[in-house]
Ligand binder design. Structure first.
Ligand SMILES: *Cc1c(COP(=O)(O)O)cnc(C)c1O
Length: 431
């Protein structure tokens, strides 16, 4: 389960290439993120901490938005916010003009608190409750994505109490496409709990066309996450094209990120080239295309900073244990995601180590076989590409206090989420 890394020593460029663009080393060799020294950030905010290069995140949002606009008129980029549902991130991406995907009542509340224009909300979920759908309608959400027939019944009922209201919807199609990714994050295959297979989708389309209150705008498809090959995206477009002509096609997210030296994901531009070419070939020329990147929007703007607590040598492996782990990064345990790492003040490779967390499970490994240069207790460890699905999956296992989120830009840092306190851990207790 635990991911292994090649035990070679990475070159400076290999390793720095995993950190947000603009990261560098201070004259004394200490890693800087957004111009901020890792040691000063650790001093000020403590460890573990999730650092976000704000400039890199804004640049990625623009690259997606400009890239889609350049290739297709009337395209929309929606951030799949479950990848990093923090109000500061919603606010930043709202400022950049993106639409926002939510997948629960909680994400809806966070998106609204982060200043998202309700019209720019796309409401997802395979098990939407009355409360969630009611809140979405009440907020005036732009699009609701129908995942099942109960969604149609619920929405009809909710809208019956809001005379004159009409809700625009899409139908989520299960295209029967299986990308090469971990089973837990593959969603478009036959047998997926998400969406409707083509025959059921046709039935839902027919029902929606007969509805007075629901306006069927188009179709949605999303086949999974951390997808490194563009072919399945094309297959998904071809599958939805079989259902007829619509005004809107939401083609989902799923583009993979580069976590390790060996990963070669398509660039944002290559991905958009393939997707818009597939749309050009199979979908109506006037249709509005939506893309929903989550991981590839935020992953490589984030860096996790830890402090080494102990180094254990003499056994088969050198264990470097830090003050975080599966409490702040579940990606390794959930889907075997591989991460690289470096000592923040002795940048580069060295002795192959097993970088482990402090939690009470052997699976609590951040990176196996990762080359670290002379790691010692008290050192800072930087793990790059942790902007996606770490904040959202963070937890209180072993009474861990969830880490702060710190935005870094032009040599200045600001906390946008503080570290939890022990009082926070007891806040919900009814005594
Ligand atoms: C999670 C999700 C996405 C984003 O997936 P990434 O792999 O993070 O890009 C897009 N659309 C839907 C419906 C999702 O559930």
């Amino acid at each position: 389960m635990a991911a292994t890394n090649p035990s070679h020593s990475p070159s400076y460029d290999d390793l720095m290439g995993l950190f947000p663009p603009g990261s560098d080393l201070a004259p004394d060799g200490t890693l800087r993120i957004g111009g901020c020294r890792a040691d000063e950030l650790a001093e000020r905010y403590g460890t573990p901490a999730l650092l976000v290069d704000e400039g890199a995140l804004r640049a990625r949002a623009r690259r997606y938005a400009d890239g889609l606009t350049a290739r297709r008129t009337g395209g929309t980029v929606a951030f799949a916010s479950k990848a990093f549902p923090c109000t500061a991130v919603y606010r930043l991406l709202a400022e950049e003009g993106l639409s926002i995907d939510v997948a629960s009542g909680g994400e809806l509340a966070l998106a609204l608190a982060g200043g998202t224009d309700p019209d720019r909300l796309i409401v997802h979920g395979n098990a939407k409750t009355d409360a969630y759908l009611g809140a979405a309608v009440e907020a005036g959400a732009g699009l609701v994505v129908i995942d099942n027939f109960d969604d149609i019944d619920r929405l009809e009922r909710i809208l019956a109490t809001a005379p004159g209201r009409e809700q625009a919807v899409l139908v989520r199609v299960t295209p029967d496409v299986r990308p090469d990714t971990h089973e837990a994050i593959s969603t478009g295959q036959r047998g997926s709990k998400f969406g409707l297979l083509l025959p059921q989708a046709r039935e839902a389309i027919a029902r929606l066309r007969g509805s007075d209150r629901l306006r069927l705008d188009g179709l949605h498809v999303h086949i999974g996450s951390q997808i490194l090959d563009t072919k399945p995206f094309v297959q998904a477009v071809e599958a939805v094209a079989e259902l007829g002509d619509f005004a809107v096609y939401d083609l989902g997210g799923g583009l993979g990120s580069r976590y390790t030296y060996d990963d070669r994901p398509p660039s944002v531009e290559e991905y958009l080239d393939v997707l818009t070419a597939a749309a050009e070939a199979s979908l109506p020329a006037a249709a509005r295309i939506i893309v929903e990147p989550g991981r590839s929007m935020v992953a490589d703007s984030g860096v996790s900073l830890y402090r080494v607590v102990t180094v254990k040598r003499g056994g088969e492996e050198t264990f470097v244990a830090v003050d975080g782990g599966m409490g702040d990064n579940l990606e390794v345990s959930l889907y075997g995601q591989r991460f690289e790492a470096t000592v923040a003040t002795r940048f580069g490779g060295g002795e192959p180590c097993r970088l482990v967390g402090r939690h009470c499970e052997s699976g609590d490994t951040l990176s196996a076989g990762v080359p670290l240069r002379d790691p010692r207790p008290g050192d800072l460890i930087a793990v790059p590409v942790t902007g996606a699905y770490t904040y959202s999956l963070s937890n209180n296992y072993n009474g861990a206090r969830r880490p702060p989120v710190v935005f870094c830009r032009d040599g200045r840092s600001r906390p946008v989420v503080r570290r939890e306190t022990y009082e926070d851990l007891m806040r919900r207790d009814v005594v």
